[in-house]
Design a protein around this ligand. Structure first.
Ligand SMILES: *Cc1c(COP(=O)(O)O)cnc(C)c1O
Length: 366
């Protein structure tokens, strides 16, 4: 059968290996498997969410509230924005999809970092858009600006803090960059890890309200999958001026968010103490990763997220290291597909991280 030609350029996205697969492939007991591959919150989610969700199970026969009023109210007061300045997606992934479908086509260009979130490219391929990437591994906004002048992209993706490298862009730098971009170019600021970045250093804190007050061409993305520990609930959001939100709404399928997800996200947003505890755990465990890397003469990229990218140099191969870890029940991300000889490790619980150090030491010696 012949399919839409655009599909020929799409590689199926390889998500972090689920634990179930490792159980089946390697016959390892699931309690001996540690997954540090998808930047999930090792603390799980707020206990308030667990209670709220079990209370709501009785309502599952009914379609969800498609106005998403409760979650929109929550986001609106949390971020100090109007309710018509937000759209909720099945993960912020879905908002990326809407944004690309709304603003790009096969005659247009999308500008992004050399190494960045893989889904931008997947959705760009849906519409056959041309992709231009910077050369630097980390976001370099001067390079972005030169390519912007040269290629006149219809969308620019700035992922800060960036996945899978963990580096971030300073607020001042981003604002100076945005000042120079014409208002018909959509700039997507993907803040999936912003809670971590702003906890580490205020100079990297970028709030959606500050962006959209000043710029009518910026779409800020956030998610409940990382800091809030709700990856399984598939809930994210986009914040922009009303004109952008209205355009994205035309692409939104009705009932794109389940009743359980809406409730979970609303309650999670109210428990900021849980988020703060998660940030503290992450920061102290991140220090252990940095010490581990230093002790083993391993380079790493300073991280503003809940993962660390360990650079393996020329002596070791990231694919070999990742598969050696996998055989021992430790799931991490091999970044060879991104052109980096590196592994990305999600910062887990103290115990999970200790296990990583133990296994990694064993493999590096061998
Ligand atoms: C995880 C992630 C997202 C979105 O995740 P969802 O689970 O779809 O909300 C978006 N951007 C980046 C950079 C991410 O790492």
């Amino acid at each position: 059968m012949n399919f839409n030609k655009a599909l020929e350029n799409i590689k199926v996205y390889e998500a972090g290996k689920p634990i179930e697969l490792v159980v089946r492939e390697f016959g390892i007991n699931d309690k001996d498997i540690v997954k540090l591959a998808s930047n999930e919150n090792p603390k799980g989610c707020s206990p308030l969410v667990q209670r709220a969700v079990s209370d709501i199970v009785a309502k599952m026969a009914l379609y969800p509230d498609d106005s998403m009023m409760k979650l929109k109210e929550g986001l609106s007061s949390h971020f100090n924005i109007a309710q018509n300045e937000v759209i909720i997606g099945a993960g912020s992934d879905q908002i990326i999809e809407f944004a690309i479908h709304a603003k790009a086509s096969s005659t247009q260009t999308i500008l992004m970092n050399s190494v960045t979130f893989a889904m931008y490219e997947v959705y760009a391929a849906h519409v056959g858009a041309n992709i231009v990437r910077t050369k630097s591994r980390e976001h370099n906004l001067e390079e972005f600006y030169a390519l912007y002048l040269e290629h006149k992209p219809s969308i620019i993706f700035i992922c800060t803090p960036n996945n899978p490298t963990g580096d971030a862009t300073k607020r001042e730098e981003l604002l100076l960059f945005l000042d120079k971009i014409d208002s018909d170019t959509l700039v997507v600021v993907d803040g999936a890890y912003m809670e971590y970045g702003m906890y580490k250093d205020e100079a990297y804190a970028i709030t959606p309200s500050a962006l959209i007050k000043k710029y009518d061409n910026v779409l800020y993305l956030g998610t409940f999958s990382k800091a809030y520990g709700l990856g399984g609930m598939r809930t994210g959001y986009g914040i922009a001026q009303e004109g952008i939100i209205n355009a994205l709404y035309k692409l939104r399928p009705p009932f794109n968010i389940t009743t359980l997800s809406l409730e979970a996200a609303s309650v999670a947003l109210e428990d900021q103490a849980f988020v703060k505890d998660s940030m503290e755990l992450n920061a102290s465990e991140m220090k252990r990763y940095e010490s581990f890397a230093d002790e083993n003469s391993m380079e790493y990229i300073e991280s503003y997220t809940n993962f660390i990218t360990l650079l393996l140099g020329t002596a070791k191969n990231s694919t070999d290291i990742a598969s050696a870890l996998l055989r021992r029940g430790m799931i991490v991300r091999d970044l060879s597909g991104y052109g980096l000889n590196a592994i990305r490790v999600t910062v887990g619980t103290q115990k999970q991280n200790s296990r990583f150090f133990e296994l990694c030491t064993e493999i590096l010696k061998g």
